[in-house]
Design a protein around this ligand. Structure first.
Ligand code: PLP
Length: 423
């Protein structure tokens, strides 16, 4: 690898996914595309988003309520279009996934079904400093069952002097609490460090201890290929506005393993869109769940948000998540190389990458921890046209997204970073 424009452009020429960049709108800075490295926070807008929205708004204008049946994509069954592409992206069967609600809402709904504490089994293992919304969700679930979060929530931290949580330490915590463990729920890719956890190994260990195992895939879905069905994960949820490019606050997705969806007795909060499809409009008083993940749906589909989600998933189906992952590994490796080159070029470089260096333990994100004036450096790169993400106390997160970022973006970032350090 080489930290040069010529090398970067040569790699871009060879990239079989290079044309996908043109399918997205890039925010501009001083008349040129920004270096957009925040697809882990809000993915870019696909150019097809507007067309997809117009289709539904026009059908609404044209048909009114009849659009439920007459629209090009009839709204009554709109959500069914998501089963195939979502299953493809998260390694599931179509009967195991549904697009619905927001992520935090879905975590709650899934915990209603899969966190059912007893006096003996009530503990939850999660990562320390999980994403705040997940912490609030876990704490409030625990309190909802009359328990004290201090006793019930076991947080895992990296060892002293390390940045990431070792799998062996997760497994040790699971065995230590095996008799009282009800749930393991961890972010598949940690939002702060970018660590990608060993989902199959941890899932197996948690279930072996007698607990349910769920994953928050906010930073994993659309970023790396996962195999939720084969790994026998109990449940998972994600949002679609990060790597899935489906627009601010757009619809979330859930996975519930087949072994649970086929159980009509499972406890859940129910709504009419989870009721047996054939009988939904008979307006019967008694809930009869579908035997698919759709049973967790409460409401009829928010078609306008879902239209954009569908437009974006279509692009994913064309690109292929395995192809994206292959490019992602190479692109993130190049970013790491460039950041290290820049760091080597100055004396006493005051930052380090806290994301695992093993490509199998990370996705499309590197988190740079600054030991010096990180905020000044961040402000400088922002002024120079880099859109990155600042997390207190001292971390810059950068995500080269394989769908639309390229090697030249990484090169430009390196140049700007170098100037920022030397200023
Ligand atoms: C982005 C993110 C969320 C956001 O939750 P919303 O309900 O979509 O606002 C929650 N958890 C994690 C781990 C996230 O990365």
């Amino acid at each position: 690898m080489e930290f040069s424009l010529a090398y970067a452009q040569e790699q871009d020429q060879k990239d079989s996914l290079k044309s996908f960049r043109e399918r997205f709108h890039f925010p501009q800075h001083n008349g040129r595309e920004t270096v957009y490295f925040t697809g882990n926070s809000l993915g870019l807008a696909p150019k097809t988003a507007m067309t997809a929205l117009e289709q539904e708004v026009n059908d609404w204008a044209k048909y009114g309520v009849e659009g439920h049946f007459e629209a090009k994509n009839p709204w009554v069954s709109y959500h069914e279009m998501f089963a195939e592409p979502l299953a493809n992206l998260v390694g599931a069967q179509p009967n195991e996934v549904a697009a619905m609600n927001g992520l935090t809402s879905n975590l709650h709904l899934l915990m209603v079904s899969f966190y059912t504490p007893t006096p003996k089994r009530y503990k939850i293992i999660c990562e320390g400093k999980a994403f705040p919304s997940d912490q609030y969700a876990l704490q409030s679930q625990v309190k909802h069952h009359g328990l004290d979060p201090k006793n019930a929530i076991i947080q895992l931290f990296p060892r002293e002097g390390e940045n990431n949580i070792r799998t062996e330490d997760v497994l040790a915590a699971i065995s230590e609490h095996a008799d009282s463990l009800a749930l393991v729920m961890i972010g598949g890719v940690n939002y702060y460090t970018g660590q990608y956890f060993d989902i199959p190994t941890i899932t197996k260990a948690g279930q072996h201890a007698g607990a349910m195992v769920g994953w928050d895939l906010a930073h994993a879905a659309g970023n790396l290929p996962v195999k939720l069905h084969d790994w026998e994960v109990d449940f998972a949820a994600w949002c679609s506005y990060k790597y899935m490019n489906s627009g601010p606050g757009s619809i979330s997705g859930i996975f519930v393993h087949e072994k649970h969806v086929t159980n009509p007795e499972i406890n859940r909060f129910a709504g009419w869109w989870g009721h047996d499809k054939e009988r939904r409009f008979l307006m019967e008083p008694e809930f009869k769940p579908m035997l698919t993940a759709e049973a967790w749906q409460l409401s009829n589909a928010p078609v306008l948000a879902m239209a954009v989600h569908k437009a974006s998933l279509d692009i994913f189906m064309e690109a292929g998540i395995e192809n994206l992952r292959a490019k992602s590994i190479a692109l993130t490796n190049y970013l790491e190389f460039v950041v290290e080159k820049v760091s080597d070029s100055v004396e006493n470089a005051s930052f380090e990458i806290i994301t695992p260096s093993n490509p199998q333990e990370r996705g499309a994100q590197l988190s740079i921890l600054s030991h010096g004036s990180g905020k000044e450096l961040f402000d400088f790169i922002t002024q120079e046209g880099v859109i990155a993400d600042w997390r207190e106390p001292n971390v810059i997160r950068i995500a080269p997204v394989p769908m639309y970022n390229n090697y030249e973006d990484v090169y430009r970032f390196g140049e700007i970073l170098k100037r920022g350090i030397n200023q």
